[in-house]
Write a protein that binds this ligand. Structure first.
Ligand code: HEM
Length: 422
């Protein structure tokens, strides 16, 4: 909204050069107009769900908060804490909707945090699961699809090729659901809560506002609404716009690939990361997607296509630049609140349980990052390192020794070949 007024002001100023007319003024105004147009084109501010039809006077405190977050007037992050958590299975716990979520958060955290402090495969899969459940919705599907738990509850969804790799986290969600459903927990909430717990457990990740009270559905989400790793920028931008997510929001959400290690896009490179610090929620993904990047970093063609598009590039480069981490975290949190509520038509009646999330980790350097650096800098395939990273484990001395030897052997061979051919 605030960007629209900037654009309007600049559009109105378009005739000024002829009036003021000093050298370079045309160019400067042209650049400013382009910038304003880009901003106008690219920020997500559209209302969603029941917020579309409710007037401000009808909004609950949660309704107000969500509305302010998604139009850009409030932060999507929060450090709110939960004091004096009641004991499980007590009347006081039952009386506080958020109480059970504290126990769920503790259980999830244990499975999402690895010994190295990096987040685990389960954490990354939980973030992707949250995305795939919610993104099975578009403006033309209305109440069908969205953050409704159907990715687990409708067995046909997991058979869709774009959901490949989510089998294990779906099984895990089913286990947690069986454990907590008796406390009134829905699958839809469990999935979205899993995504926000996982995000904050990944070092440097934002602590995103997390709401509960969504309804479940076992009707499969409409097919064809998820992106593919070879899609063009035009296709992807239109696909996300149809979910009310504009290019800046898409740029922020894409950064979730900062933690990721692909397995199915190129199976011969299973475990290769999308930046040099897998399991860490940092902005290296943005830098290395723009290049240069070490040989083992595997960038999806779709991410390259988007990073080169003029509607995406400026924000992509801003995340990669100075102050990018804080900027990205803020934008990601805001956009994830929107994503996590697609297809939800009772936003006004949800409960804010952000206070139950683990604390954010705001500074982090892995003790074994030097080994990871060696590994991503070589094309030698060492499954043990990929696996240790997948599990969030600390890469052991033994592994680093093997890697060191292999690198030395490779160097010797290269030197011998070079000497022989000289
Ligand atoms: C242009 C849009 C996107 C495309 C084409 C895309 C595609 C993919 C693909 C192909 C994988 C690798 C799966 C594998 O081989 O194991 C992946 C992983 C992942 N994606 Fe995306 N994605 C997109 C957007 C997003 C968004 C918006 C999020 C989150 C909000 C996200 C979160 C993740 C995560 C966390 C992983 C790692 C999963 C794991 O390690 O198990 N992606 N994505």
């Amino acid at each position: 909204m605030r960007f629209s007024s900037t654009a309007a002001a600049l559009a109105g100023a378009a005739f000024l050069p002829s009036v003021l007319g000093y050298p370079g003024m045309d160019k400067l105004l042209g650049e400013l107009q382009d910038k304003a147009k880009r901003q106008d084109c690219c920020d997500s501010t559209e209302l969603i769900g029941d917020l579309i039809t409710l007037s401000d006077s009808q909004l609950s405190p949660v309704g107000h908060l969500v509305k302010n977050i998604i139009v850009g007037n409030a932060s999507g992050e929060s450090n709110e804490d939960y004091y004096n958590v009641p004991l499980l299975n007590t009347a006081s716990c039952a009386a506080d909707t958020c109480c059970i979520w504290q126990y769920i958060a503790n259980t999830m955290e244990a499975s999402f945090r690895g010994a190295s402090g990096r987040c685990t495969n389960a954490a990354r899969a939980a973030v992707r699961l949250g995305f795939h459940d919610a993104a099975g919705w578009s403006k033309s599907t209305g109440p069908l699809g969205g953050a409704d738990g159907s990715i687990v509850l409708a067995p046909s969804e997991i058979l869709r090729p774009k959901n490949n790799g989510l089998q294990e986290i779906i099984q895990q969600m089913q286990i947690w659901y069986n454990q907590y459903h008796g406390y009134g927990v829905s699958m839809a909430d469990l999935i979205q809560f899993g995504a926000t717990v996982a995000t904050v457990v990944c070092p440097l990740g934002p602590r995103i506002h997390s709401f509960v009270g969504r309804y479940d559905s076992s009707i499969p989400a409409p097919d064809g609404l998820l992106p593919g790793p070879f899609d063009s920028a035009d296709f992807l931008i239109d696909l996300f716009r149809d979910k009310t997510i504009q290019p800046h929001g898409l740029t922020a959400l894409l950064g979730a690939h900062s933690t990721s290690q692909q397995r199915f896009v190129d199976t011969s490179r299973a475990g290769d990361p999308q930046d040099g610090t897998p399991g860490v929620w940092d902005v290296l993904y943005y830098k290395q997607t723009l290049g240069p990047k070490p040989p083992r970093v595997f960038t999806f063609q779709s991410d390259i296509n988007l990073s080169e598009d003029p509607r995406i590039y400026p924000e992509f480069a801003a995340f990669a630049g100075p102050g990018g981490q804080q900027h990205w975290n803020e934008d990601y949190a805001r956009e994830y609140v929107r994503l996590s509520l697609l297809g939800v038509y009772n936003i006004n009646n949800l409960t804010d349980c952000t206070k139950t999330l683990p604390n954010a980790i705001t500074t982090y350097v892995a003790a074994d990052q030097w080994i990871v650096d060696l590994w991503v800098g070589t094309t030698i395939h060492l499954q043990a390192v990929a696996d240790a990273l997948l599990n969030g484990s600390l890469i052991t001395n033994l592994l680093s020794l093997i890697l060191g030897i292999l690198l030395k052997v490779k160097r010797t061979v290269v030197e011998t070949v070079a000497t022989g051919s000289a």
